[in-house]
Design a protein around this ligand. Structure first.
Ligand SMILES: Cc1cc2nc3c(=O)[nH]c(=O)nc-3n(C[C@H](O)[C@H](O)[C@H](O)COP(=O)(O)O)c2cc1C
Length: 161
């Protein structure tokens, strides 16, 4: 029996998510970023989060080897930067409005929340790897506005009832 990968991907897209940009230090550029929607919370004590990276991504070696990463939760006005850091070969942060952090990898300016993480573990999982981070510092920016949302392959906005 063949498995319908395209249909599987489309069905997974029925789960609406937020969007995050992960940033890390790299040899290639001073810092790099990648747009992801696989970010999720894992544990409150200890404070752990995870995200998944495609092991075929050219960004994979830098993120898998980095000692840590910074998570920026995107607001609805971050759509252009989200698209740019999802582009093939668009890894550096040149020209993107940034916010300095204590641990190193900068956050995106005006993110809804940021999490500064050290790498807890990297686990292979099929064609992706699961990166677990231990949160050392975090900040929430009230007033950053509505989140950027992703659903069925398109950006959208959160409708509050
Ligand atoms: C909304 C959205 C969510 C994405 N989520 C992930 C993700 O969770 N993990 C991942 O590895 N790539 C994800 N991508 C793809 C990467 O952003 C990027 O396009 C891919 O790494 C490009 O390959 P490259 O690193 O070889 O240039 C996502 C792209 C978009 C537009």
């Amino acid at each position: 029996m063949t498995f319908d990968i395209r249909g599987f991907r489309n069905a997974l897209g029925c789960f609406p998510t937020g969007i995050a940009v992960m940033t890390a230090s790299s040899d290639e550029a001073s810092h790099i970023g990648i747009t992801v929607n696989s970010f999720t919370s894992v544990s409150l004590a200890p404070p752990l989060v995870l995200w998944c990276i495609d092991r075929r991504s050219r960004r994979y070696p830098a993120f898998a080897n980095a000692t840590g990463f910074t998570v920026s939760i995107l607001a609805s006005n971050h759509q252009a930067v989200s698209s740019r850091l999802a582009g093939a070969g668009e890894h550096n942060l040149d020209g993107i409005a940034l916010f300095p952090t204590e641990l190193g990898p900068p956050a995106l300016a005006d993110a809804l929340a940021i999490f500064e993480c050290t790498r807890e573990s990297v686990q292979d999982a099929g064609d992706h790897a699961i990166l677990i981070g231990r949160v050392l510092r975090f900040a929430q920016h009230d007033g950053a506005g509505a989140p950027l949302v992703y659903f069925q392959g398109k950006y959208g906005a959160l409708a509050r009832s």
